[in-house]
Design a binder for this molecule. Structure first.
Ligand SMILES: NC(=O)c1ccc[n+]([C@@H]2O[C@H](COP(=O)([O-])OP(=O)(O)OC[C@H]3O[C@@H](n4cnc5c(N)ncnc54)[C@H](OP(=O)(O)O)[C@@H]3O)[C@@H](O)[C@H]2O)c1
Length: 213
């Protein structure tokens, strides 16, 4: 499968390399393709680099992995290239302010989410929130005591969520499908919870697991 990965941060790198390892083809998108020249050479012949719009057009599926505050602008820069495509939204609406007692601030409120804003910005795309509540180091094939961790996903299109759930299975995750986009109001703040042990104790090696009887 051809995957467009929008983002040159750690999430973009880890997920691009994960998709490549699992046999997919990847084009990473950025404002400045020159800065990924070395990565492209190291990543091999199934890796490409382009603009955000070129990577969006390339992918049969697209991963959005940019700074939360820039996400609406990046979606806008992709224009109609995202129409009809599943877009895996990894972003979190983290505000510029430093954490308070280890707790991040968001630029969204409790009855709002970045996913919903992005879905309104790109009504032809099928956004699915995923990978937002775990650190990049654990996104692909996490090895943790207690078995597979749980990835919480949501988005308005049922078939798109199923597609992402199938991909997450190949990336080593159990999936909890929380339904429509509004569930992102609950999923995105899990990023705040996930980060607190990190900011307080430099403990970043954990992931959530949903347990049932
Ligand atoms: N880091 C993690 O472990 C982690 C875990 C879960 C979720 N997330 C979320 O995943 C997303 C990516 O995180 P990250 O740490 O990999 O990278 P990041 O540093 O948050 O974002 C880097 C990307 O954002 C783009 N960007 C920044 N400012 C921009 C602007 N003004 N206009 C257009 N693009 C802009 C950059 O574009 P250029 O390439 O053009 O410079 C780059 O591709 C974030 O929303 C983050 O909250 C991160």
């Amino acid at each position: 499968m051809k995957v467009g990965v929008l983002g040159t941060g750690e999430v973009g790198r880890v997920l691009s390399e994960g998709f490549l390892r699992k046999g997919h083809e990847v084009m990473r998108g950025t404002r400045d393709p020159a800065k990924l020249k070395e990565w492209r050479h190291a990543a091999g012949h199934r890796a490409r680099v382009g603009s955000f719009a070129e990577a969006a057009a390339y992918g049969a599926i697209v991963v959005l992995a940019v700074k939360g505050a820039a996400a609406e602008a990046v979606i806008g820069a992709c224009g109609s290239a995202l129409d009809g495509k599943v877009v895996i939204d990894t972003t979190n609406p983290i505000a510029e302010a430093p954490p308070t007692a280890g707790v991040l601030s968001f630029f969204t409120g409790p009855n709002d989410s970045l996913l919903e804003r992005l879905q309104r910005k790109a009504p032809g795309a099928q956004l699915v929130k995923a990978f937002s509540c775990v650190g990049s180091a654990l996104m692909v094939d996490p090895k943790l005591k207690g078995g597979r961790p749980t990835m919480f996903i949501c988005g308005d299109e049922t078939a798109a969520r199923q597609h992402v759930a199938d991909l997450l299975d190949t990336f080593g995750w159990d999936v909890e499908d929380l339904g429509a986009a509004a569930a992102a109001r609950a999923i995105e703040p899990l990023c705040m919870l996930w980060c607190i042990p990190g900011f307080l104790r430099s403990d970043w090696a954990h992931a959530f697991k949903l347990l049932r009887p």
